[in-house]
Design a protein around this ligand. Sequence first.
Ligand code: CAA
Length: 379
Amino acid sequence: MQFKLSEEHEMIRKMVRDFARNEVAPTAAERDEEERFDREIFDKMAELGLTGIPWPEEYGGIGSDFLAYCIAVEELSRVDASTGVMLSAHTSLAGWPIYKFGNEEQKQKYLRPMAEGKKIGAYGLTEPGSGSDAGGMRTTARLEGDHYVLNGSKIFITNGGEAEIYVVFAVTDPTSKHKGTTAFIVESDFLGFSVGKKEKKLGIRSSPTTEIIFEDCKVPVANRLGEEGDGFKVAMMTLDGGRNGIAAQAVGIAQGALDAAVDYAKERHQFGKPIVANQGISFKLADMATNIEASRLLTYQAAWLESNGLPYGKESAMSKLFAGDTAMKVTTEAVQVFGGYGYTKDYPVERFMRDAKITQIYEGTQEIQRLVISRMLTK
Ligand code: CAA
């Protein structure tokens, strides 16, 4: 057993940490306030190779692994969870299914420009009437000659409106629930594709979350991902890895909040001494740090399993469950350490607390993670 990161992983961590501090952190609060996505940040990430971390060089990536990718999401989220999820949705929700199920032509046409950072990716599964019950989707795809015609809508799309490439799921055979679903790659300029309502959110406010709409949207047969009927499996397997990206985001958010709380507890004096001199505060910090470390270990373990070709679905659900709850708990405690100041926008901890909440909801609620874990235990 080996708990030391490799030189390559340490190098990537340092590079992303410097980038996050210098290029992402300075505008994080302002972008949150203005609900503003900044494409320039994505472009700069592309220059550093961050938009294609786990993909081989032949597909435009840097040929690293899922652990390096998780470290990058963690370091970005440590200063700005919106930037963290931008990379996470791009890599593990859009890139992964194309890498895993795409043919050579699809990988060159779609994965390569995404990995090189020329295009942004997104993933469309959820619908107004189908959230946790992903198999209950209503969007349809009808085969007509060399095209499928898609009708319906998807909601809560991370990177929605900014992405050029969408991996989406639609019903091709309404008589069969799970085996009647098919995956497609849809370009944003396809006829009949449009972006609908942009959500106004509690947290991750500079990450755009939108509806996407298909009105007789013509998608070439060549853009079907996998075979007809494979869609539900593609969606679920994609989420297996995606959930660990969210765990990494949660670890980053929690660490960012702890860093701020430790600094503040040392500086803030009350009753003639720094507040950290009180066990009420220092024990809180100790609990926060311990839970973060446990979350990080679960997350890195799941990433290591995936990188080494071992089963990781259960571990990924566990990391998301534990790290998401930790992020919520730690950020709430961080606000408590700051007291009244923590409740204001003068400090970043209120933003971390708002951002943490979504990690308990998206890519499967915490209740769905428990369902996945318990089904695996009893299978
Ligand atoms: N890998 C491979 N196959 C899988 C699988 C997996 N992880 N999970 C299920 N399957 C297969 C099953 O083996 C089964 O196959 P057979 O029919 O051949 O036996 C089939 O899929 C159906 O499986 P279930 O009976 O388990 O399906 P279910 O309807 O009970 O649903 C569920 C299972 C886990 C609840 C699933 O619906 C689920 O994950 N729901 C949550 C959806 C979710 O996470 N949504 C988030 C969307 S992304 C997002 O948040 C937005 C964003 O941009 C960040």
